[in-house]
Design a protein around this ligand. Structure first.
Ligand SMILES: NC(=O)c1ccc[n+]([C@@H]2O[C@H](COP(=O)([O-])OP(=O)(O)OC[C@H]3O[C@@H](n4cnc5c(N)ncnc54)[C@H](OP(=O)(O)O)[C@@H]3O)[C@@H](O)[C@H]2O)c1
Length: 296
């Protein structure tokens, strides 16, 4: 069996890599020399190439039987992921574990947005193509999204544009990766759509309280309105307009949905409770905050 892992340094992919680095039947698709370096030692094979390059994709999928399929939000996300998935299928793959996202319920007054829309497009194409074993992971917002803001959290602020009233089942990407790996390796995968969340729906205010309790320092949530200043801030950091529009659509949907339902995927696939925000804060946020405080 050969397994191909895409985005092996990604927020989820790095933990998929962690679990599979000692196997010799795993191939990792990385774009750059820096990406290969970041991967560290692996027993399997590293294939260098851009997922948007059909020739590189053909090299990556040759002889592959199972695929972990993920891609960041990008203008060409649906095309790249579909290309990877269909190429793997042509090469004889029979199982795809695709990283998607929790869909928004229409009843909540949400509207189609480009971020979750890309997943709908990819999944529809894979289904049409008749992937024999297709697992679609549908996680809620990642706890790991806050790590780049560790310095702000150290200074006492958790800023977020997702809306003060939006309670979500923030999920630790280590759990998503464990579910993905279980689905990749199982003789008989659970398959289908697997909704994944943390153990409780938290507003960002409550999330800040959970962090504060573990860190032993004040952390207060600050709402970031989806206004012209927010757009200008992203543009100033070089985020292109299509991406700003996509993020606007996503955050506006979080605000419209309010309290999101929880997903039972961790329990269903792994037979245990999902990690909590406190677990994440103790294991990963606290060291990042300590590093920020020490100026590292
Ligand atoms: N963040 C959330 O809260 C959330 C919630 C639910 C679902 N999701 C979904 O999660 C997915 C992203 O997963 P993730 O966060 O694990 O990934 P990620 O961290 O965004 O993935 C980044 C990795 O992708 C690689 N990459 C980017 N473009 C590439 C290309 N053209 N060819 C080869 N490699 C490329 C990058 O390689 P380099 O190092 O070379 O740049 C980098 O290592 C998205 O589809 C999103 O919708 C996210």
């Amino acid at each position: 069996m050969t397994i191909l892992v895409t985005t092996p340094n990604g927020s989820v992919g790095r933990y998929v890599t962690e679990a599979l680095r000692d196997r010799d039947d795993v191939r990792f698709l990385v774009r750059s020399a820096a990406g290969a370096e970041a991967l560290g030692a692996v027993k399997g094979e590293i294939v260098r190439g851009n997922a948007a390059d059909p020739a590189a994709v053909r090299r990556a999928v040759a002889g592959v039987e199972r695929l972990y399929l993920a891609h960041p939000f990008a203008a060409d996300q649906a095309a790249v992921e579909t290309g990877l998935g269909l190429a793997a299928l042509d090469a004889g793959a029979h199982r795809i574990v695709k990283l998607g996202a929790r869909p928004f319920p229409k009843a909540a007054g949400t509207v189609p947005d480009p971020v979750t829309g890309a997943h709908d497009t990819v999944v529809a194409r894979l289904r049409d193509a008749g992937v024999p074993e297709l697992t679609v992971l549908r996680p809620d917002r990642f706890l790991q999204n806050v790590l780049p803001a560790a310095a702000d959290i150290a200074a006492g602020t958790l800023a977020d544009p997702g809306g003060a009233e939006a309670a979500r089942g923030y999920v630790d990407t280590r759990d998503i990766a464990e579910v993905a790996v279980a689905e990749l390796l199982a003789d008989r995968p659970v398959g289908g759509e697997i909704d994944i969340s943390g153990p409780e729906a938290l507003t960002p205010g409550r999330l800040a309280e959970r962090f504060a309790a573990v860190l032993g320092r004040p952390v207060r949530y600050a709402d970031v309105p989806l206004d012209a200043a927010w757009r200008a801030g992203l543009a100033g950091r070089g985020v292109p307009p299509w991406q700003v529009d996509g993020l606007y659509g996503l955050y506006a949907n979080y605000r419209r949905e309010g309290t999101a339902g929880l997903g039972d995927g961790v329990r269903r696939v792994l037979g245990r409770a999902p990690r909590s925000a406190a677990d994440f804060a103790a294991d990963l946020l606290a060291p990042a905050v300590a590093a920020a405080l020490s100026g590292a």
